[in-house]
Design a binder for this molecule. Structure first.
Ligand SMILES: Cc1ncc(COP(=O)(O)O)c(C=O)c1O
Length: 384
């Protein structure tokens, strides 16, 4: 069933008048070392930005296509490699080292182990980045994960991968306890009280894609940004960059989640400023967005800068995957979600009004993954 729900962020409405948020760590100057690291990687290429002009009556939709990032089919490696680089630099006592400097410490690198929980793409980034530096890595996955995603993580780099019978949140707790017991480095892309340093770096790592897109748009201000969320780290980071760059008039940000796993929807509905877990049945093909609890750090940004939150059903995502395929953009189940909201909302007068979309609107979305589950991708595309 086609199902889209939109709700204003009650917290943003309440907090906007008194809560100032310092986003200066996301400024162009502060994030320069991150872009420098990314650009020094042999697999680095700026990913494409595609403009669909006059799409369903809006002026433009800009789609930042991350489906080819670092050859990993998703954006997530941007955060993983930056966080691992920061840990390695600290462990080796080096300040902003080049890759060449790091590689002179091969024996110490071989002794370092990284661990994470993932529903796919983040683990691929960690496996790849750990492998790149010659470090060991362990990746644990929640129940329901398809084997093809586990194998892609093994193939990407150094990881030993296991699909567990735990749900995502329990799996995160399990890997955190393994990290502590074995003195391994936990590279988790979500934060909680007492675990913020690494997720903060992972989020900063995503700034590269936002600054690439801004340059590709000639720093034109989008009126709307539609960002899909699992734990919200990506959405928080991108919202922070745009809030920093367009300080006087930040674009309107909408968060998108699967109907059955909508923790930001629940958090913004309750509107008490605290995070709240999703209440749905957890069933969705949008595997990367199947996270029941928001990242605290991301929430601190989004409660201020997200104007609204939307939920979409799997059918809405599937339709968007097919529309993007016609535009020659390979977009996976989670990858298409930002575009999916635009695609569905523009067919409905009610949703258009709720999002204040008109012929002047310029929408920015991110295709966060390609066909990371190629079998399901083909099924969805052929159903057209
Ligand atoms: C393809 C894809 N898009 C979006 C997200 C959401 O990112 P976050 O969990 O930071 O909200 C993920 C997370 O794994 C993902 O894999």
């Amino acid at each position: 069933m086609i199902d889209v729900k939109i709700m204003p962020n009650h917290c943003a409405l309440r907090l906007a008048h008194y809560e100032l948020l310092d986003t200066s760590e996301y400024s162009f100057a502060a994030t320069e070392p991150i872009r420098k690291l990314h650009k020094s990687l042999s697999v680095y290429n700026e990913t494409p930005l595609i403009e669909l002009k006059n799409f369903k009556g809006v002026r433009s939709i800009f789609i930042k296509d991350e489906s080819q990032r670092f050859g990993l089919k998703a954006f997530k490696g941007l955060g993983g490699v930056w966080a691992i680089y920061k840990v390695i630099s600290r462990e080796l006592g080096l300040d902003n080292p080049t890759l060449e400097e790091i590689f002179t410490h091969r024996d110490e690198l071989a002794e370092m182990t990284f661990i994470t929980t993932t529903d796919g793409n983040h683990g691929k980034g960690v496996s790849w980045a750990a492998g790149l530096f010659g470090c060991k890595s362990y990746v644990y996955m929640p129940r329901g994960t398809v084997e093809v995603r586990a194998q892609a993580i093994r193939d990407a780099g150094s990881a030993t991968v296991e699909i567990t019978d735990m749900v995502y949140d329990d799996c995160v707790k399990f890997t955190a306890s393994l990290a502590e017991k074995n003195h391994w480095h936990l590279i988790q892309d979500t934060s909680w009280a007492g675990y913020e340093e690494i997720p903060a770096q992972i989020m900063l790592g995503y700034s590269t894609l936002a600054y690439e897109a801004l340059r590709q748009m000639n720093y034109q201000r989008p009126t709307h940004i539609f960002l899909q969320a699992g734990v919200g780290s990506m959405a928080g980071a991108i919202a922070a960059v745009f809030a920093e760059v367009f300080k006087e008039n930040p674009p309107r940000v909408t968060i998108i989640e699967p109907t059955e796993v909508a923790c930001f929807y629940e958090t913004m509905r309750i509107g008490d400023g605290q995070i709240h877990s999703a209440t749905g049945n957890g069933q969705t093909m949008m595997a990367g967005l199947n996270c029941a609890t928001p990242c605290e750090l991301a929430w601190k940004i989004l409660r201020r800068y997200a104007a609204d939150t939307a939920t979409i059903s799997d059918d809405v995502a599937a339709e968007a995957m097919r529309v993007l395929a016609e535009e020659k953009i390979i977009s996976g189940e989670s990858g298409c979600a930002g575009f999916a909201l635009a695609n569905a909302a523009l067919d409905s007068d009610e949703l258009r009004r709720a999002l204040e979309l008109d012929e002047h609107s310029i929408i920015f979305v991110i295709n966060t993954e390609g066909d990371t589950d190629p079998i399901n991708y083909q099924c969805v595309i052929r159903n057209a």
